[in-house]
Design a protein around this ligand. Sequence first.
Ligand SMILES: Cc1ncc(COP(=O)(O)O)c(C=O)c1O
Length: 403
Amino acid sequence: MSELPLLAKELDQADELAPLRDRFVLDSPSGDASGPAGVYLDGNSLGALPAHVPDRIADVVRRQWGELRIRSWDESGWWTAPERIGDRIAPLVGAAPGQIVVGDSTSVNVFKALVAAVRMAGDGRDEILVDATTFPTDGYIAESAARLTGRTLRAVSPAEVPAALGDRTAAVLLNHVDYRTGRLHDLPALTAAVHDCGAVAVWDLCHSAGALPVGLDEHGVDLAVGCTYKYLNGGPGSPAYLYVRRELQDRFDSPLPGWNSHAEPFGMSPSYTPAAGAVRGRVGTPDILSLLALEAALDVWDGVSVEAVRAKSLALTDFFLRCVDEYTEPGRVECVTPGPHAERGSQIALRCPDAGEVMKRLIARGVVGDFRHPDVLRFGFTPLYVGFRDVERAARVLGEELA
Ligand SMILES: Cc1ncc(COP(=O)(O)O)c(C=O)c1O
């Protein structure tokens, strides 16, 4: 008889973040007889619904839109929502206020950030480096940005970046956590290396924001983007964000200078004058319903420290690996997520030849992770609502399905 179920229970009892689970709509905790025991390990793809969001959105739709109509742009704070919500995200990624604006998709913000980075770097630099292991959209956008700006694009793995940097490098686009393997890259060291050669660093934080400390200001990151539908629980398709370090804001020359980023948007001038500050990263009319769902969702972070979230995330992934080790026959899966904590995000990726079929069976049994082509089982651990009994159950069901 394994001691792991009992240990999981003890770890849950000692977990100071455990009560946060009640802030979300989820299946019953594992081992609870009151309902189906679902384990949600896909918050690194789509975060769970915070319980208060539906009522807030109902108010936005019925009262703000239904009753106040156009007045809500002022009276309900719609117009300033992109910067206001950016300031709510700021502490989660280690940024002082006034540097983040929310809107558009991550892909669009990658485009804005990368083209602006190349423009900041100046004419003498003709090469862009992109993370060769990147989530594909960043690579596609970087290729287009390179063509538009007349630069050459070179794909290199993050480990090869320091050696690839040189006088020709204009900008470097990197992922903080690899979406497939869960590898955490060394943002401080890589940013410093990019700066040492006089280039501009652009980071994609999709898989780190809300899961671990990022320290954008502390590490002097130039530009960063990220989505809000994973660990920030903003909802399907919720808008992304763009960080532009304060000292660079006056040099941020957007390739998408829409009217919302104009110094006087209602001046209706035929010529463009960019606004000062984070507003310069805006484009067109914000997607208010999604934006305000995100704003409400961010309430779950009240009183929560990112450091505590990180400590729990590492404890969860350590415990998952220990359970997989005990419940799965040796050699059946290969863990592709790094063991050292300094190199691990908040997910565990396990490789096995029949991963697609295995994940279908897990989902049918209420253990929801996801499959990444061709052979990766991906499990995301959202410390705000995943507990140690969830982890033990997921690993046990996985072991059974792999047997
Ligand atoms: C690292 C990374 N970048 C970008 C994206 C996609 O961005 P979007 O669909 O918001 O444009 C994802 C989506 O999962 C991602 O994981």
